[in-house]
Design a protein around this ligand. Structure first.
Ligand SMILES: [Zn+2]
Length: 70
């Protein structure tokens, strides 16, 4: 019998979905909360390279990151 569960951790993940801003883009990324900086940087680079828009890290964090229970 294995007891490999993480009880009562209340794990939260961060998710960015580009299609909230740009219709038709399927970019979606989910990371652990510890990876917030990396998530924001990757999203910023994606928006710049794929859509030609400049967002700051703060803008992305405020407007596009959602916290999801996992
Ligand atoms: Zn996109």
């Amino acid at each position: 019998m294995t007891t490999n569960e993480q009880a009562d951790e209340g794990i939260t993940a961060l998710q960015v979905a580009c299609d909230t801003e740009v219709s038709g883009c399927v970019f979606l990324m989910r990371t652990e909360e510890d990876d917030r900086d990396r998530l924001l940087e990757i999203t910023r680079d994606h928006v710049r390279e794929q859509h030609g828009k400049e967002y700051t890290i703060d803008e992305i964090e405020e407007r596009h990151v959602t916290e999801v229970e996992v």
